[in-house]
Design a protein. Structure first.
Length: 276
């Protein structure tokens, strides 16, 4: 497990593009046959992936979290962005097709990832936060998650939000997690931009053409900087940073949040005329 220290709001203002990328992005997270993870000092979140092929992959603890097993004091949210697969949690097996989600509760001792077809492996993306209580491990299939349609074609931000791991469906300590799919012809993932000082957020951009790019805007409303991201890159968004993004073609992204509350709509919008 790698450890990532991110810049604070003061250092952010003087960073070069390279320094900005090194601090606030995770690249090359998905590696076939391996589990990869990054421990962030932003709310002690862990961002990780598992891409099993012919053998299952066991999620093991790390010296970074000093625990007997990974979920001893943590909860985990998982979304599959690849082929069909399964996750074994203790003695129970959960099948996950593309964009199905699994919430894994604190205290789960055995977590292992597998692919149904090694030629079309699953790609499990997971987020983990510290947890104060144990809640049941719960499978959330995409087909049962309500669609929340947002935006307009005229403003290039028509999209559908799927709130997979959400208090309406799953009990968690602090984790909120889901994904957004943009319509063809739409490029903005949210506009106007917003902040939520009470939560941090991590974004995984996926299903983006290899020759396309995401421009992820971050920082203060009067001191905006840009991360240029590829397919399956992650943007780390601390609570003080505004965020919005645009792509050179349609894409999808997974958002995951943790912090003070679990109110998805608790956000402070920034009007266009206030941006600089």
């Amino acid at each position: 497990m790698k450890i990532r220290h991110t810049a604070d709001i003061v250092r952010y203002r003087t960073m070069t593009n390279t320094e900005l990328s090194d601090s606030f992005t995770i690249r090359d997270l998905f590696s076939r046959g391996f589990i990869s993870s990054v421990y962030s000092d932003i709310d002690r979140g862990i961002i990780g992936s598992a891409v099993p092929d012919s053998s299952e992959l066991l999620l093991e603890t790390s010296d970074a979290i000093r625990s007997d097993f990974f979920a001893e004091r943590r909860e985990i949210g998982v979304i599959n962005i690849g082929g069909s697969g399964q996750i074994k949690v203790d003695e129970k097996l959960f099948p996950l097709d593309k964009l199905d989600s699994l919430y894994i509760g604190r205290g789960s001792k055995y977590v292992a990832f597998g692919s149904t077809d090694p030629n079309q492996p699953a790609k499990f993306y997971f987020i983990s936060y510290p947890a104060h209580k144990s809640y049941p491990t719960t499978l959330i299939e995409k087909k049962y998650v309500p669609r929340k349609e947002m935006g307009e074609q005229s403003t290039s931000n028509k999209r559908v939000i799927f709130q997979s791991i959400h208090p309406d469906r799953v009990a968690t300590c602090q984790l909120l997690m889901g994904f957004t799919i943009l319509d063809t012809g739409s490029v903005w993932n949210t506009f106007p931009p917003h902040t939520h000082l009470r939560r941090s957020e991590f974004y995984l951009y996926f299903d983006l053409a290899e020759d396309s790019r995401i421009f992820h805007f971050m920082g203060e409303q009067n001191f905006i900087k840009t991360l240029v991201l590829n397919n399956q890159d992650v943007a780390l968004s601390p609570s003080w940073s505004m965020h919005c993004g645009a792509g050179t073609s349609a894409y999808s992204f997974i958002w995951a949040m943790g912090g003070e509350n679990q109110d998805f709509d608790d956000m402070d919008f920034i009007e266009s005329q206030d941006l600089a």
